[in-house]
Design a protein around this ligand. Sequence first.
Ligand code: ADP
Ligand code: MG
Ligand code: MG
Length: 213
Amino acid sequence: ESRAYAHNCVAALEAAARAVHDAEAVLGDLDAIAGDGDHGRGMVRGIDAAVVAAGIALDLGGGAGTVLAEAGDSWADRAGGTSGVLWGAGLRSFGENLGDVTAPTSEMLLEAVKAFTARIRELGKAEPGDKTMVDALVPFTAEFRRQLAEGADVAAAWTAAADQATAAAAATAGLRPRLGRARPLAEKSLGTPDPGATSLAMVLTVMGPHLAN
Ligand code: ADP
Ligand code: MG
Ligand code: MG
């Protein structure tokens, strides 16, 4: 049917919600080391709101881009916290860039991923190395682009990119935060991965199989 891909987008958000619920305590503990400990709760609130909004948009006849943009708005509204604002705005940009497409090409998905990344970087103003979600997002985007350029299909390219994001998130343990709530306790944060980079890698990993189809 003509809205098949919109259903995939809802399924991607539902998969993300399951992963975030499972990781809520772990993400909260990571954020408690140098931040305020609310990252797990904030991600759960944001993704749950996103799933509800996406379902409503789908029921109202919305296509893929509309579903994702509406999901992003609810995420930003309901999550609270820095990461929720960035995730919500990024998702809206992803959806707006994609549009209500029924079967995106790899080029369309690459452009949407680039829009997602650009929006998060523009709003948060974090640079690679600042110990934020950008440290997982930038390698994800670079690897996705590289894999597609080398002729990989979307599913394989996304998986390879998500693996890069996961490795990069783990590697943030070696960094000191230069932005956000964790900055004043930067030394305490050393040795622990950034919570926002960790959850970003997690969410991108589980969304891939849905968005790639
Ligand atoms: P808050 O810090 O408001 O409590 P969260 O705990 O939900 O929000 O999210 C914290 C995460 O947000 C950090 O681990 C980091 O990845 C991300 N973050 C913080 N500031 C920025 C920023 N300026 N740009 C990008 N990501 C950021
Ligand atoms: Mg926090
Ligand atoms: Mg907070």
